[in-house]
Ligand binder design. Structure first.
Ligand code: C5P
Length: 398
């Protein structure tokens, strides 16, 4: 996703600096090149050696390091990157940035850069909420500085509230969004994926064989074309895509709430295999086999049809709504009827008969049904199916 991108990572002195070590590792896993800069205070939290080892790069620490000036001046350093990330961004550094101070290497680089700057603030809740900090953040936003987080939660100091540095996957998602390039740049796409689990009791549930492979591949393909992806996933067996905003849910009801909360979006792709039914009153305690031979009967109720509901929204309906139809016979006919019934724009139909090995497998064979007719693609990997669909979505949104 971030292949060949150059990131100047400024680590300021906050307790969250330890998360920046993981951030370096994950950015490099995505193919980015990370040049780290440490403030004096940051060195109290992480060592230059560990930062340098993880980045496989020299750590820049001092404005008046003549050797560095000789190798690469601070002006050049501030501009060689595609993006400057400040994580953690402390209230002190934000204040310097808002005031235009340049009295150490980090603040000088931030003054001298002509590249986008993304800050991940981290500080005590009172400091975050302090009027002067809020003023600085508002000023910086006006100046075009981007922010990710802070999150709300338990803080290292024992207090609770906003001020916690965004988690690494969130920062990666924000970085990907800033650096996104491609026909879907600036577009927001919602993807649902995986199965849902409908509880019977605290230890048992109703589920299906969906692995989340196709939905994950779709999210990746959409992001590769520059989209910002919100990925609402049930308990899948493959890891969620890096770079997406991932919202993990269990039940259809939770998936519905997460989908509605994630709107508006330019397009929505419903690749999840949502359970059609849920148990009306799931037991709070484990249902016991009492030895009497009594077999419990499960009363089921229909789950909300999220695809149909979103397709029929009058406000906030995504410009393009794509559903999937897993069928075992008369695939095109059933899927065409489903498209009309649900009110979505496209239906991607696939044959999930057991002999196809498609459900939970690596390959897929799909027919794309739009208002213009049906097109059957040859059997190919789910990654290739995802790339073809993402390209079509990009064309439709252009
Ligand atoms: O009705 P059926 O389950 O075959 O419809 C499949 C399509 O509808 C998929 O796109 C699936 O993600 C979506 N769906 C949904 N909510 C449901 C059931 C299905 O969004 N409750």
């Amino acid at each position: 996703m971030l292949h060949g991108k150059r990131i100047l990572l400024i680590i300021a002195g906050g307790i969250a600096a330890f998360k920046s070590l993981d951030l370096i590792r994950r950015l490099r896993e995505q193919g980015a090149h990370v040049t780290p800069v440490l403030t004096k205070a940051a060195e109290e939290f992480v060592t230059p050696l560990s930062v340098s080892a993880l980045a496989a790069e020299k750590v820049y620490r001092d404005l008046f390091d003549l050797t560095v000036e000789h190798e690469m001046g601070h002006i050049e350093l501030s501009r060689a990157a595609d993006l400057v990330v400040v994580a953690p961004a402390t209230s002190d550094l934000l204040a310097k940035m808002a005031g235009g101070l340049a009295n150490d290497l980090a603040s000088t680089l931030l003054m001298a850069t002509d590249k986008p700057v993304l800050c991940a603030p981290s500080m005590n809740v009172r400091m975050w909420l302090h009027p002067s900090n809020q003023r600085n953040v508002a000023r910086l936003r006006e100046d075009g500085i981007r922010f990710v987080g802070p999150g709300e939660g338990e803080m290292a100091c024992g207090e609770y509230g906003p001020g916690r540095m965004a988690e690494v996957p969130e920062i990666i998602a924000a970085v990907s969004e800033v650096l996104a390039d491609g026909p879907l740049k600036g577009k927001h796409v919602l993807v649902t994926s995986g199965p849902t689990h409908e509880p019977i009791d605290p230890v048992r549930y109703i589920a299906n064989r969906s692995s989340g492979t196709q939905g994950t591949a779709l999210a990746r393909a959409l992001m590769a074309l520059g989209a910002r992806v919100t990925f609402v996933t049930g308990p899948a067996s493959v890891p969620p895509p890096e770079g997406a905003e991932v919202i993990a849910v269990e039940t259809a009801d939770q998936m519905r709430a997460a989908v509605l909360a994630a709107l508006p979006s330019d397009a929505a792709v419903f690749a999840a295999a949502v359970a059609d039914w849920r148990v009306v009153s799931a037991s709070d305690s484990k249902i016991k086999k009492d030895g009497s031979g009594h077999i419990p009967a499960l009363e089921l109720a229909e789950n909300p049809d999220i695809l149909a509901e979103v397709s029929k929204l009058t406000e906030n309906r995504p410009g393009l709504v794509v559903g999937f139809a897993a069928e075992t016979n008369d695939v095109t006919a059933h899927a065409t009827a489903k498209r009309a019934r649900k009110g979505c724009d496209w239906i991607v139909a696939n044959d999930v008969s057991p002999e196809t090995g498609i459900m939970g497998g690596r390959e897929n064979a799909v027919t794309v049904i739009t208002g213009e007719g049906a097109e059957t693609l040859p059997r190919m990997s789910k990654t290739e199916v995802a790339e073809k669909l993402a390209t079509r979505i990009a064309e439709a949104l252009s």
